[in-house]
Ligand binder design. Structure first.
Ligand SMILES: [Zn+2]
Length: 714
């Protein structure tokens, strides 16, 4: 076959899926190589078979046990031990390995105190109560850090309390509608629905002096099922630690947005006040609570009866406040610039060494982190070992593969963000970033991706066996599950066989996709998981609830390894820009229908829709290329890769220039969940007609840029 027909053949299903969405089933019946970017998939299939035989459940279990033997908060000596361990495993697999340090601002708690008195001066609570259950001694280890919020301010406040449900914008609006003023008050709200930093951001904007964020048993406790150690759900004293950084402004070291915090970075290059108006840090204090400690505070609260949707599972009627009690909070946070350690292991590509395929997982944990993140780390180590086995047999990937073990993700995606900022334009050639964080909490496979890689993930899932029999794809299709964190405001896309989520934030794909424009995916295997960010997310919990025989660690190692291999060896990069442009058109249509409801009926969406149509046409023609001498494969691949970069805007999003992607961002008011067309949709929400019109122009320009890059392929 000559290259001309080969290229047309390679990508035919992508074209079919654009022109004839109903033909997707027919496309699936085609030979697998057709949609994978390989002219001859046979050799790759044999290689993959060898790889799939390597990841081992028993070894993965041992690796997980070693990683979680001690609490390993970022920048502690125990964290350094895990960095050395991962580096030794990377070296054993034959990777060129280095430990890359950064010096970043992190807070550790010195004093955290919560006290409450009722109107008659009776003490209601003096806490926090230590995390403890009978039957899980790991939680009693003195090296378990006391529950606190990363990025909390320091302070000592005494005030009345107001209950704000999930701390969403609509919850605060409800309080305002009832004339419940938050100035000088302490807000108590429950975890769930949005990123915790958003709760603190909104409370701070409305004049609150402190925030208590607690885990309601309705959301991840006894209301869901048996609490640990009887079952997987959150026990009475379990606390969700977590960062309240304003991640939706920028992630990473709060003092160095856009700049890498290398050890030699002078202090003068750091911003003076990261809790100022442009910074990512709150200035008020925020403390996480168990429901054991939240209960007496909520029980004593007076004021109007809470709306029914605000009622949680504690056994009394919730009230909105204020009144009935006074609460005293103390938070003394020790802010220091501390050293963190990323571990980077590389395999140099034989033909396109500058084209990097990057696999990443964070290693630091709030406490033991058996599920979050070290189930992902064990999977990554077994994937690296599998690829190392192929290296020893003489294989070299066409492109460079880079394995990354990030530090200080929990405090705000810090290790990955600093590394991305340090690489700069080198990432223009990175062809993909494959993330895994919460790798395994149960048997249900789920994934999120940029639209161009959704079919790629489905294809990988078709090639990996499921512990339940059949393939991962088959079990995924029977029980579709999307992590609630990865919901988005995207309208439904019809004609998909298995749905993938969109990338918002809350893990290390954010700097790659949303700052550097690297196409990204995120995979996990989920189940009932009520011990998130508590001392109980440990090896005992994991083996009892998530994956007793480590078969899902093996599954995730196989999926992650195949992602890397298949992307590293493809002749033609397997991006599906047909699907991408289709999704974008659907997003624009949805925004167009929303605008009149916000009173912005006269906005002109025609240029953006025309640009999306041009992008779509260019995608079809790029793949049906008429003549491409073989030397042009590299040029074709470069254009395919640069199409994603073309979707970045130099100016970035309004009020948050670090975020440059015009199609996906974490929502300013949701934090984890993706907002699609963020510039346009958030201007409609505001509502701000001029900004919406200007952002439509920015979007139109980005789509026209992407189309012209693809048009150069002809
Ligand atoms: Zn994590």
């Amino acid at each position: 076959m000559n290259l001309r027909t080969r290229l047309a053949f390679l990508v035919l299903p992508a074209v079919l899926s654009i022109v004839l969405p109903s033909s997707r089933l027919a496309a699936q019946a085609m030979p697998p190589q057709a949609s994978l970017g390989y002219s001859d998939f046979g050799a790759e299939a044999r290689l993959e078979e060898k790889f799939l035989a390597v990841p081992d459940p028993k070894l993965a279990g041992e690796e997980l046990k070693t990683l979680t033997i001690e609490p390993h908060l970022a920048a502690t000596p125990e964290d350094r031990k895990t960095a050395d361990y991962v580096a030794s495993k990377f070296r054993a697999a034959g990777l060129q390995t280095e430990i890359v340090p950064y010096r970043v601002l992190l807070n550790w708690p010195k004093v955290v105190r919560v006290e409450a008195w009722d109107d008659r001066g009776h003490l209601l609570i003096s806490g926090p109560t230590p995390e403890h259950v009978e039957g899980d001694p790991a939680a009693d280890n003195p090296r378990v850090v006391m529950p606190f919020n990363g990025s909390s301010g320091s302070g000592d406040v005494t005030a009345e309390v107001v209950y704000a449900n999930y701390g969403r914008a609509e919850d605060f609006n409800e309080l305002a509608a009832r004339n419940i003023d938050l100035h000088g008050k302490i807000v108590i709200c429950r975890y769930g629905s949005n990123f915790r930093g958003v709760k603190v951001y909104l409370a701070q904007q409305r004049g609150a002096v402190g925030v208590l964020i607690y885990s309601d048993p309705q959301d991840d406790g006894y209301s869901k099922g048996d609490p640990w150690p009887m079952g997987p759900w959150r026990p009475e004293t379990g606390v969700q630690r977590g960062s309240v950084q304003f991640l939706f402004k920028y992630p990473g070291d709060p003092e160095t947005p856009g700049v890498a915090s290398t050890l030699d970075l002078p202090d003068s290059a750091r911003i003076p006040n990261p809790s100022g108006s442009d910074g990512s840090q709150p200035y008020i204090i925020s403390i996480p609570l168990s429901y054991h400690d939240a209960e007496p505070i909520l029980r004593a609260l007076k004021g109007p009866s809470a709306p029914q949707s605000w009622q949680g599972a504690l056994p009394f009627r919730y009230h909105m406040g204020p009144g009935g009690e006074r609460v005293h909070l103390v938070s003394q946070q020790d802010y220091q610039r501390r050293i963190i350690w990323d571990v980077i292991g590389k395999i140099e590509g034989s033909q396109e060494p500058d084209a990097w395929v990057i696999v990443g997982n964070h290693r630091d944990a709030w406490v033991y982190g058996a599920v979050d993140p070290n189930s992902g780390t064990a999977a990554m180590l077994e994937a690296a070992r599998g690829i190392g086995t192929l290296l020893r047999q003489g294989w070299r990937p066409r492109r460079t593969i880079v394995f990354c073990s990030w530090d200080a993700e929990e405090e705000g995606l810090i290790g990955s963000t600093e590394w991305v900022e340090q690489q700069g334009r080198a990432l223009d050639h990175a062809v993909a970033y494959f993330n895994v964080d919460v790798g395994v909490s149960g048997p249900d496979f789920t994934a999120s991706a940029v639209p161009s890689l959704k079919e790629f993930i489905r294809n990988i899932a078709r090639s990996v066996p499921s512990p339940l029999g059949g393939t991962v794809y088959q079990t995924w299709r029977l029980k579709p599950s999307v992590d609630s964190e990865h919901q988005s405001n995207a309208p439904p896309i019809t004609g998909e066989d298995v749905h993938l989520g969109d990338l918002g934030s809350g893990s290390d794909f954010t700097p790659f996709l949303q700052h550097a424009g690297v196409p990204a995916t995120d995979i996990e295997s989920t189940g009932p998981y009520g011990v998130y960010h508590s001392a109980f997310d440990d090896f005992a919990w994991f083996t009892k609830n998530a994956d007793p025989h480590f078969l899902y660690l093996q599954q995730m190692a196989r999926v992650l390894g195949l992602e890397a291999m298949r992307m590293a060896d493809a002749d033609l990069l397997p991006y599906d820009y047909g699907a991408y442009s289709h999704e974008i058109s659907v997003y624009i249509e949805a925004a167009k229908h929303r605008a009149p409801e916000a009173g912005l009926g006269s906005l002109d969406f025609a240029p953006a829709l025309a640009a999306a149509a041009r992008f779509s046409a260019a995608a079809q023609r790029a793949y049906a290329v008429e003549s491409a001498p073989s030397g042009d494969l590299a040029r074709l691949n470069l254009a395919l890769r640069q199409t994603e970069t073309a979707l970045l805007s130099d100016a970035g999003l309004p009020h948050r220039p670090w975020y440059r992607h015009t199609i996906f961002a974490p929502g300013e008011l949701t934090g984890y969940a993706a907002v699609v067309l963020p510039g346009v949709n958030e201007a409609i929400d505001a509502p701000d007609r001029n900004l919406a019109a200007q952002q439509l122009q920015v979007l139109t320009q980005a789509l026209n840029r992407a189309a012209s890059v693809l048009e150069t392929v002809h």
